[in-house]
Write a protein of this length. Sequence first.
Length: 256
Amino acid sequence: MPAKAVEVTAKQEREAKEYTITYNLNNGQVEGTNPEKYTVESEEIKLINPTRDGYTFLGWTGTGLDKATKDVVIAKGSTGNREYTATWEANKDTKYTVEYYLEDLKGDYKLEETENLEGETDAKATAEIKTFEGFTENTEHKDRKVEGTIKADESLVLKVYYTRNSYELTLVKGDYIESVEGAGTYKYGEVVEIIAVAENKDGYTYSNFAWETEDAGILENAQEKTTKVTMPAKAVEVTAKQEREAKEYTITYNLN
């Protein structure tokens, strides 16, 4: 001790430690910026929640959290490195489309029906294979797509194609018919000209010509020898026939 009163001051310098904040957005994105560093002196930090197409944000998990939490605040005075992970639930109402194409009589495929459906984001969707009368699904079509993943941007389009079936048209010579023309194999819905050549012999009167079939609606005019058939979705038989009656002649005598 010196021969006088003395004052001694103790001091040191300090610097706030810097801590890291790490985020795993799991394919989400944040509009704005969440800080990646902080110190014990930082003001309160409220995390900006991320968004993700096709998903609903359930909350953050990570440092100091015992469950998914949407409102996460790092209080002023907090310490330590932190990690946060975004958790998501796939939406169940993400839209996708199924298109059905039918082959026309020229061989081109035209859109017949569209279904606008909903499903779970990133889940597999499978198109219903429907039945169309007169058509068979074309499993070899180059653009066929009957399965796919439901995309968050709702861009999934499934496509199913159907080939137009062909059926046999049989023509039968019925009563007093010499010949028939037009038999063959034709596509469903195709319009086919058919011709009957009727018997016409001396000594007879002919009447009541008709084409007959179980599917009368396919004939344009059943009473015309030249008419048209619209092919149904099955093989069909059409018979041409007519009635005849022998003419009655008189015999006249002059006995003088």
